[in-house]
Write a protein that binds this ligand. Structure first.
Ligand code: DX5
Ligand code: ZN
Length: 217
């Protein structure tokens, strides 16, 4: 299982996103948090910003859509150049159709679960997916405290992925730091989003490597 570190730019300098990406050259992906003030009580950025950053940065973009009606909007993020697109299953009208559309556009298809959303009802969707995102905070803001209550769901999701036989990555997002990343890795996560832990560090680039080492050990 390859470990991937995917810093969130939510707490980076929005006036200099390309420069912020250049501070984390070994990051596997750039995690971009799209919020619409409907699905979550916060408003951030849309496809034009992702298009600009995908041209300016070396790393591929992992777009996390915290928006209502992802069925309508997700394809625009593939067109904008995102390499991976995560929609929330709580917001999607037709997750299977949506995952197929994302893949047909050449992007990786990923489905996110809020902390109170179980994975079991969606086990049948796993063969349609390239990644599952288990949120470890309520989506909407950076810098929140990691929710330990999500650990059993990480474990269960890893079991269901193994049973499905597919190559599905398991991402965690929210409160991931030097304090919590080992617990997530031990539970079965392989793809780690970290926002404040990386961009709150004196040296974001070396924090990426510290997190990778902790997740790997
Ligand atoms: C929260 C976002 C996260 C956020 C993580 O809703 O989805 O990606 O940026 O920030 P930290 O790592 O500070 O919890
Ligand atoms: Zn996110």
């Amino acid at each position: 299982m390859a470990i991937q570190i995917t810093p969130s730019l939510l707490n980076a300098d929005f006036a200099n996103l390309a420069g912020e990406a250049a501070r984390i050259p070994t990051a596997d992906w750039l995690h971009m948090d799209v919020m619409d003030n409907h699905f979550v009580p916060n408003l951030t950025l849309g496809a034009p910003v992702i298009e600009a950053l995908s041209k300016a940065a070396q790393q591929p973009i992992d777009a996390h859509l915290m928006i209502a009606d992802p069925d309508r909007w997700a394809p625009a993020f593939a067109e904008a150049g995102a390499g991976s697109i995560t929609f929330h299953v709580e917001a999607a009208a037709a997750p299977v159709r949506l995952a197929r559309e994302i893949r047909a556009q050449g992007a990786r298809a990923s489905m996110a679960l809020k902390p109170a959303t179980p994975i079991e009802p969606y086990a049948g969707v796993l063969p349609e997916l390239d990644m599952v995102l288990v949120m470890t905070v309520e989506p909407g803001f950076g810098g929140q405290k990691f929710l330990d209550l999500c650990l059993p769901k990480i474990r269960r999701t890893r079991e269901l992925i193994a049973a499905s036989g597919g190559e599905v990555w398991l991402q965690v997002d929210g409160g991931v730091s030097v304090e919590t990343i080992e617990r997530c890795a031990e539970a079965g996560a392989d793809t780690f989003v970290a926002g404040s832990a990386v961009f709150g560090a004196d040296d974001p680039g070396s924090m990426v490597e510290t997190l990778r080492d902790l997740a790997t050990s």
